[in-house]
Design a protein around this ligand. Structure first.
Ligand code: LLP
Length: 421
């Protein structure tokens, strides 16, 4: 794994560069992204499923350089707002490889997607069928988002495959079949397939397999009812990453194999042509390539050892939102022993602003020390806020032994710019 091992001198390296030196040079908090690792993972996904379309879910992390990297690597792009679309457009991302998602697309989102001629729009409500139908000039290719009734056994806030959540049309209630009927009746929309994303940080390949089988079952019913064979099947993303040392890697080879078998089996059973498969990993491509570096601002020994750092829930709300756990490492000086438990907290005015509870850190940790938190490449920068008027951290890419600033630190001037009262 990249970015997670620290040697006896306290050196954490990304590529060949010492992270502590980068933190001194670019300031803290600092979000580093090992783009060599991101490229390697893009290639691994494409190689594992050579006939499938791999679309990067840009909500995990997006900036112009990332969009360019994804385009270079031959992946498609999943966007879910006019804003994400604007980033893609600004680097000339091939529009036919863009998919627009979202359960509450605004007229601006839809108009921006149509103006750019994106490849596909994924329909998530009956209202959207009408709204899109009224806006389309020529014809727009669409997929219908289906909730296949599969529980991926992940945190409730990132579960999307079950019936009782806001995304898609449940399969079990007949809502999905009805949405398909409605789309087929709308002359300006060309239905090309079904979509089912069952959630995020999912480990069990069996859940993806079950969802795939159910979606193909619906494709067979659509063929029987309407005489239409849909050429595409998009099974979403959601592949888990090892968040803590010792967590298992997602079994990509096993996933690829079992999904291909499931698709072929079910299609054969129903006498369907095999559709083109799309997968949409976000986290799995970027999470482990990211490291965040903080500087300790204060150590307070009261009921426990509280270690406060210069960032927190504004750059990483995931512990507060999902109970996410992180490893924390001292870098920049030799690790001293023994370790003692520390609760690493942020600078924000909330007691829930905790980055890691009771993690082992050197007994003599002090203000000024640098702490590195691995596995922060996905849903960190993209979820960041300006809470307490704290500027968002910069994102620094490391590739081929060179550090390159992708997103600069947010300044007070930036923070004041929108305040026009
Ligand atoms: N496709 C669709 C339609 C999605 O909604 C998502 C993620 C993905 C693909 C990619 O899922 P991934 O491969 O990244 O798991 N903020 C949460 C995660 C939210 C996921 C939203 N949708 C977190 O920090 O855990």
């Amino acid at each position: 794994p990249t970015g997670t091992t620290v040697d006896a001198h306290g050196d954490l390296r990304v590529g060949d560069l010492r992270v502590a030196e980068l933190a001194n040079r670019f300031g803290t908090p600092l979000q580093l992204l090992d783009t060599t690792d991101v490229r390697r993972r893009c290639r691994a996904y494409r190689a594992a499923l050579p006939h499938a379309e791999v679309a990067y879910a840009s909500k995990a992390f997006l900036c112009r350089a990332m969009a360019r990297l994804v385009a270079d690597e031959g992946l498609s792009l999943d966007v879910c707002s006019a804003g994400e679309l604007a980033v893609a457009r600004s680097v000339g991302f091939p529009a036919e490889r863009i998919l627009l998602h979202g359960n509450a697309k605004t007229p601006e989102d839809l108009k921006a997607a149509l103006a750019l001629h994106v490849g596909r729009i994924v329909i998530d409500s009956l209202d959207e069928i009408d709204q899109l139908g009224a806006l389309v000039r020529d014809r727009q290719r669409v997929l219908v988002r289906v909730a296949p009734g599969v529980d991926g056994q992940t945190h409730a806030s990132i579960t999307t495959g079950t019936d009782d959540q806001k995304f898609g049309f449940p399969l079990s209630t007949g809502a999905a079949a009805e949405a398909v009927r409605r789309v087929l009746a709308e002359p300006s929309l060309g239905l090309v397939g079904l979509h089912g994303h069952i959630g995020s940080q999912i480990r069990k390949v069996a859940s993806f397999e079950e969802a795939t089988r159910r979606l193909i079952g619906l494709m067979a019913r659509i063929r029987d009812e309407h005489g239409v064979e849909l050429p595409e099947l998009n099974i979403g993303g959601g592949h888990a990453v090892p968040q803590l040392p010792g967590d298992e890697e997602f079994d990509l080879a096993g996933f690829a194999n079992r999904i291909e078998v499931a698709v072929h089996d079910e299609c054969h059973r129903h006498g369907l042509r095999v559709p083109r498969l799309t997968i949409e990993p976000g986290r799995a491509l970027v999470a482990t390539a990211g490291v965040t570096v903080y500087r300790v601002t204060a150590v307070k020994n009261t009921t426990r050892r509280w270690v406060a750092v210069d960032g927190g829930m504004s750059d990483n709300p995931r512990p507060a939102l999902y109970g996410a756990q992180y490893a924390v490492r001292l870098i920049g000086r030799p690790h001293t022993f023994p370790t003692q438990p520390a609760t690493v907290v942020g600078r924000h005015c909330e007691s829930g602003d905790v980055l890691a509870r009771e993690v082992p850190l050197p007994h003599d940790l002090r203000a000024g020390d640098l702490l590195a938190v691995p596995c922060t490449g996905a849903y960190h920068h993209s979820l960041a806020s300006n809470y307490n008027m704290v500027g968002r951290p910069p994102v620094l890419a490391v590739e081929g032994g060179v550090a390159r600033l992708l997103v600069r630190r947010e300044t007070e001037e930036d923070l004041l710019r929108r305040d026009v009262g």
